[in-house]
Design a protein around this ligand. Structure first.
Ligand SMILES: NC(=O)c1ccc[n+]([C@@H]2O[C@H](COP(=O)([O-])OP(=O)(O)OC[C@H]3O[C@@H](n4cnc5c(N)ncnc54)[C@H](OP(=O)(O)O)[C@@H]3O)[C@@H](O)[C@H]2O)c1
Length: 237
């Protein structure tokens, strides 16, 4: 069996990933989010608020008697309130870093610890963003968290080279995808985010990727990692 843990399984890319993965009988998927509507024999939902320290600390990965592959997809993400630093609430900064970075780091740590002695294929896929390399105004928490997630990926990649049964790790930016996150971006004003027009244009010109297409590509990458262009890369459809 291939076991997948997908954070942010209730919407957008995460939901599409679950829907595509359960089409194959060899896959079993654990979804992790605050809400869930998915019901499937090959799917189990774990209710978790990734901005809540106790929820994240209290999570533990299950032991498996037999597994072909175990894969963690750190997909959950939030832009939080889009507004310039100096106008943000403390909670917005803390929650955003918690969801986009700290919870992902804690889950990676727990994953690596739980499955260190497992000889099956192990893989972590961090869903990154072009924002990791672009200082978009209004997005300081998000850009910074994604940049740090890329660095975690690079460090863990180095560390795993030394392990007896190493875990693969990659960070992949999905491109601009038609999800609730993009809906939120288009609703802010220019004072909060000066490049809003670019994102409105992408939607108006029908240039957004569809979550299903992105999910199919991510699954192809997880199945054939030799097709992943580099440790930190971006999807091009
Ligand atoms: N869409 C894009 O254009 C784009 C571009 C670059 C990168 N990305 C990245 O792609 C990933 C998926 O984004 P998306 O576009 O699919 O967004 P989305 O449709 O808004 O989905 C976000 C997911 O994250 C979960 N989530 C948010 N806050 C959470 C919390 N506190 N606890 C648990 N789960 C939480 C949500 O679940 P609940 O609300 O049920 O908790 C939801 O399932 C993110 O990492 C995002 O940064 C997206």
């Amino acid at each position: 069996m291939n076991y997948y843990f997908i954070t942010g399984s209730s919407s957008g890319i995460g939901k599409a990933l679950v829907e595509e993965l359960v089409k194959f009988p060899a896959n079993y998927v654990y979804g992790m989010s605050r809400t869930n509507y998915m019901v499937d024999d090959q799917f189990e939902h774990h209710l978790i608020d990734l901005s809540n320290v106790d929820d994240v600390k209290g999570f533990s990965f299950p032991e498996f008697k037999q597994a072909e592959q175990i894969i963690l997809v750190n997909n959950a993400g939030t832009l939080g309130d889009i507004t310039h630093l100096g106008k943000q609430s403390d909670e917005n900064i803390i929650d955003s870093i918690m969801v986009n970075l700290s919870s992902a780091a804690v889950l990676m740590n727990k994953f690596l610890k739980t499955y260190a002695a497992y000889t099956c294929r192990k893989c972590i896929l961090n869903i990154s963003s072009g924002a990791a390399d672009s200082p978009y105004d209004g997005w300081a928490n998000y850009c910074s968290a994604k940049a740090a997630l890329n660095m975690y990926t690079r460090v863990v990649h180095e560390e795993q080279k030394e392990q007896k049964f190493p875990c693969e790790i990659y960070a992949i930016a999905p491109g601009v995808v038609d999800t609730l996150m993009q809906d939120q971006i288009r609703q802010v004003d220019e004072q909060s985010f000066s490049r809003i027009d670019k994102f409105r244009q992408l939607k108006a010109n029908n240039e957004l990727y569809q979550a299903k297409d992105v999910a199919v590509k991510l699954i192809e990458f997880m199945e054939y990692p030799e097709k992943i262009p580099s440790l930190i890369s971006r999807i091009k459809l």
